[in-house]
Write a protein that binds this ligand. Structure first.
Ligand code: KIV
Ligand code: ZN
Length: 386
């Protein structure tokens, strides 16, 4: 069976940029948008045009330069938001309006002081209104993760009738368990009339560290779009990390999915976003963290030096990293030390290594990491002794 395409919807410039301290100016957003387009994302959510004149301008300028991806603008379910988004997207080759409203009882009661019936009406009206400006209208049911499934199915059915092309099912609060989120998607696939007229989309937050697992569970159960950000940036604990879902799909061919992402650009992309947003990537971050391909304990290093596959499930070149690193610490063994000496031009014999290793441990116990300068110094002292 041919593998099925998963659309990658990047929201680094919208949900990602909502994070305090991540604010970008238009020039910086254009740099990121251009790179996302080259990376191969299918949809770039460029911003929330009504939120500020600066964001409007950014969405407008991004619309002008993006060549391949669809460009999307977020709105609430009201006419003014939709008109402003449509205007900002005017120059986009493939514009998408992303409109929606909270559908959980807590949103309906506390945010809108409204009723399910009134919210359903607003959802339908918003989609119909957006259709006056663009063909491609994505509807989000905010807090779908905590929305009653029957009501959610009703909303989905009605917005499809109104013309929605994509149904975003956000786990806005990052509360769902993967199995639960997957079941929700399956329920919608099985209970919404004409569900094949729209694509179901996963938009998962990471409050309990399950955003990636939930998105994967979503596609296994019938969703065909994942909303995600570079480095997993986003409100609070962030969104699903683009690099993670892309590599899960790639490394698990049995899932029978593919994406359009050029994975060899992932490391560079992560670095660019981290630099421009001023948010460092945690060292142990999957795929793009500084330690994602670094081996530091003796047992692991010995294995990797003999054959990379013993401890690596991804060839680092697949994500744009030339090679994995063997880091020297007090937990490293002889084979790692010999390997690192060789890398700086010293081929040591077994007897020499036995001696040097004892010297190495003395240094390693005083430092977090033994570097090439330390190794050269050790070699110089050793040569002076013999
Ligand atoms: O998390 C969320 O529900 C959102 C919507 C606005 C799509 O970001
Ligand atoms: Zn979100």
């Amino acid at each position: 069976m041919d593998s099925e395409k998963i659309e990658i919807f990047d929201t680094t410039l919208r949900d990602g940029e909502q994070v305090p301290g991540c604010k970008l100016d238009t020039k910086q957003k254009l740099i990121i948008a251009e790179q996302l387009d080259s990376l191969g994302v299918d949809i770039i959510e460029a911003g929330f045009p009504i939120s500020s004149p600066g964001d409007f301008l950014s969405v407008q300028e991004i619309s002008k330069i993006v060549k391949n991806a669809k460009v999307c603008g977020l709105t609430r379910a009201n006419k003014k938001d939709i008109e402003v988004a449509a205007e900002a997207l005017r120059f986009a080759k493939r514009p998408r309006i992303h409109t929606g409203i909270g559908t959980s009882d807590s949103h309906i009661r506390f945010k809108f002081n409204s009723t399910r019936e009134q919210v359903l009406e607003r959802a339908i009206e918003a989609v119909k209104y957006a259709k006056n400006f663009v063909d491609d209208v994505e509807f989000y049911a905010e807090d779908a993760g905590r929305t009653d499934n029957d009501f959610l199915a009703k909303v989905c059915e009605e917005v499809i009738k109104a013309g929605a092309t994509v149904l975003n099912i956000p786990d806005t609060t990052g509360y769902c368990l993967p199995e639960e989120y997957g079941r929700k998607i399956k329920y919608l696939r099985e209970n919404v009339k004409d569900i094949d007229k729209a694509i179901l989309s996963c938009h998962c937050h990471n409050d309990l560290g399950m955003a990636t697992a939930n998105s994967i569970s979503g596609i296994i159960n019938g969703a065909r779009q994942i909303e995600c950000t570079i480095n997993g940036l986003g409100e609070r604990a962030g969104n699903t990390a683009l690099e993670e879902v892309v590599m899960i799909i790639k490394q698990h061919p049995n899932l029978n999915f593919h994406t359009n992402i050029n994975s060899k650009m992932l490391n560079e992309m992560s670095y660019l976003v981290s630099e421009l947003m001023g948010v460092p990537v945690q060292p142990n971050k999957a795929i793009v963290g500084a330690n994602a391909f670094a081996h530091s304990s003796g047992i692991h290093q010995d294995g990797v030096i003999k054959n990379r596959e013993t401890y690596e499930i991804i060839d680092p070149r697949e994500v744009g990293i030339n090679e994995s690193s063997i880091v020297l610490t007090a937990r490293s063994g002889r084979s790692a030390l010999a390997y690192r000496f060789k890398n700086i031009g010293f081929d040591v014999t077994k007897v020499e290594l036995d001696f040097l290793y004892q010297e190495f441990l003395k240094i390693a116990d005083t430092k977090k990491e033994v570097n090439n300068d330390d190794l050269s110094f050790m070699m110089k002292s050793f040569n002076q002794k013999i």
